[in-house]
Write a protein that binds this ligand. Sequence first.
Ligand SMILES: [Fe+2]
Length: 286
Amino acid sequence: MVEYRKLSEHTGAEILGVDLSKPQPRDIVEDIKRVFAERCVVIFRDQKLTQPQLVAASALFGEPGQYDLPVEHRTEEELKQLPQIMMITNIRKDGKPIGALPDGEMWFHHDMIHSQNPHKATLLYAIEIPSWGGETVFANLFAAYDDLPQEMKNRLEGRMALNAFNYGAQFRGDPNAASTRRQAVHPAIRVHEETGRKAIYMDRLMTHSIVGLPQEESDELLAFIFDHIEQEKFTYEHKWRKGDLVMWDNRSSIHARKDFPAGEVRLMWRTTLLGEAAPARSVAAG
Ligand SMILES: [Fe+2]
């Protein structure tokens, strides 16, 4: 059995004694997958990985996806990375960020919920981190669903939600975001393929409306949901150290980034794992 320790009541587990630069026995990988499905987030400390090793480590848990930013929006430096790697950094060249999502706070979101086939998990590896700030806060949305009043579960049952994202947006109305926008309709409540549990599948950054409800009712319901799912009791806040590799489940959790100093370097590599089943269903015509 792999050794691990829980990091909060509902969310996060630190996996102990695993060096992801080396091949891992199948039973260890299966153990980690079980812990991951339940805790939504797993953390491996003190990893030393090259880009190919990060892609290989990601492949232990699923099929790595390609970075989804349209090529025309990529910087010269981004084009030099492996195709699976998104470079998240505030490093600048001639005043322009060389990577994605450079500065400061980012609202709670599910990675790629704006896509028809969202990738099921994200792995983020810390190369350079600032002296303070930049923490990632994760919330377990199985626990948040279970905690909803029954009346609210009934209101959401069978509903679909519209999710949209302008590339690079760190909050709603971000002036630095690209004009390119992707959107997708997914169930408001998502059944997790591995655990069979229900999780809320909406977030403050990307979910715009609940399909088929009058705007006012949709806005009121979403405001309640966003406040509900971001409650501290569902969260784990990760304070990054160099060499941390964190993997989170985009089907059952949301995450947000806290502010950090603009004058200090933050550099992370991100990979994702392809989803096994598309949660999107077409909305009946008429
Ligand atoms: Fe994210």
